[in-house]
Design a protein around this ligand. Structure first.
Ligand SMILES: *Cc1c(COP(=O)(O)O)cnc(C)c1O
Length: 412
């Protein structure tokens, strides 16, 4: 019998042979690694023997976290990075070259959208499409298209990409299908099930959960055939082709660019990941309750949450995910200033982070989506009055009571 994923995460370090039988992988802080002979050192450098060479390319503590993420994603391997953005940039810069074309959802985390703009200035062409329907992705494909990038549930409007149909399309066309599953996490969804080639996470969010570490990861599901990939460099065509893509990402995207995850942060993220299942279950239930409460308020014009029957991709979400996540957003009726709503909340923190144990909220258009300007905000469906809420694991009655007292003040 295969054990449940939560059980496997809890026992992974010990069963993986952690030093002295330690129940969690110790913190390895050494920068360099010594070998008894020059032959051994050269063999490790050349990838003929496993081992560590220099901390920028990883160490035993980050490797233990990578093994857990691979376990959670049923992946052949994972490369960790200092942040989610380092993971996204590292993977793209390692796998793309001048003249390539990328199709991405236009409903994206703001910094990812900003990064794709930079990528387009580096000689890659980027098409942003409405990925809630795969036909928009299909229409945008060109002979030079190499990669399709989507988020499972988009931040902040919670659009859900046409994940399985896009997966089929990418498989037919031989495209690298990159899925950012930060908002779903392995507790709710495995992108491998819809044909993802690479799965990206911001580990800073729900997987860590405690708001005390930054990290990112790229996992290879093993579904993509790297032996046919046009940009595969000869140096990394080593061993089974299923490992080639990640080897190139580790060497070009991590080693050369240097966005390495620190062991301290890897350690905290691994500790947080132990309770991912419990936290996500509670946060999803809280979000569903809050979304339903808000939807019943006369002062609220719209609530965006895939768990509501009113959400355009409600059916798809129920079919694909074990839960609808802990991020939601809402718009007040005209005449109510979103700043007044936020300022009236006492328990909820006004903060830009998400996936924290604590409930956080912010006015999306005037903070994280401000820099991109009104036109792009409009194309992403972000109204000026949009309030984004990342729901935590507080007792649901305390959370609802905070919104009740805030709304009571607004009515006066
Ligand atoms: C936060 C986030 C990122 C970036 O992660 P960082 O760890 O903050 O760099 C990428 N994608 C999504 C969906 C996110 O929410």
């Amino acid at each position: 019998m295969t054990r449940d994923i939560s059980t496997r995460i809890l026992h992974a370090d010990r069963l993986g042979g952690a030093e002295h039988g330690a129940s969690l992988k110790p913190l390895h802080i050494a920068t360099g690694y010594g070998y008894a002979t020059a032959e051994e050192l050269a063999a490790v450098f050349q990838g003929d023997k496993s081992g560590y060479v220099y901390g920028r390319q990883g160490n035993p503590t980050t490797a233990a976290l990578e093994a857990k993420i691979s376990m959670m994603e049923d992946a052949v391997g994972t490369v960790s990075f200092a942040t989610g953005m380092a993971a996204i940039c590292g993977a793209m810069l390692a796998l793309l070259k001048k003249g390539d074309h990328v199709v991405a959802s236009r409903f994206l985390f703001g910094n990812t959208a900003s990064w794709l703009n930079t990528l387009s200035q580096l000689g890659c062409e980027v098409s942003l499409v409405d990925a809630t329907e795969s036909r928009h992705v299909a229409d945008a494909l060109r002979p030079q298209t190499r990669m399709v990038f989507v988020e499972t549930i988009a931040n902040p409007r919670t659009q859900v990409a046409d994940l399985d149909a896009i997966g089929k399309l990418c498989a037919e066309r031989g495209l690298v299908y990159v899925v950012d599953s930060t908002l779903t996490t392995p507790a709710l969804f495995q992108p491998k099930a819809v044909g993802a080639s690479l799965v990206v996470h911001s580990l800073s969010k729900l997987i860590c959960g405690h708001g005390n570490a930054l990290g990112g990861s790229v996992s290879d599901t093993g579904l993509f055939d790297w032996s046919n990939y046009a940009n595969m460099l000869p140096a990394y065509r080593k061993g089974a082709p299923s490992g080639w893509g990640l080897l190139q990402i580790r060497k070009k995207g991590l080693r050369d660019m240097g966005g390495t995850l620190s062991s301290e942060h890897a350690h905290r993220i691994a500790a947080g990941a132990e309770t991912l299942g419990l936290r996500v279950e509670r946060a999803c239930a809280n979000t569903q309750a809050l979304a339903q409460w808000l939807e019943a308020q006369p002062l609220v014009a719209k609530v965006h949450y895939p768990g509501l029957a009113s959400h355009p991709q409600h059916e798809r979400s129920l079919r694909l995910f074990k839960g609808c996540g802990s991020l939601m957003s809402f718009e007040m009726v005209p005449g109510i200033d979103p700043f007044d709503v936020l300022n009236a909340l006492q328990l909820v923190i006004k903060s830009s982070h998400l996936g924290d144990n604590r409930t956080l909220a912010l006015p999306a258009a005037r903070t994280i989506f401000w820099e991109m300007g009104e036109e792009q905000r409009k194309s992403m469906g972000i109204a000026d009055s949009l309030i984004r809420v990342s729901v935590g694991i507080e007792a649901v009655d305390d959370l609802l009571a905070d919104f009740e007292q805030a709304f009571a003040g607004l009515r006066k």
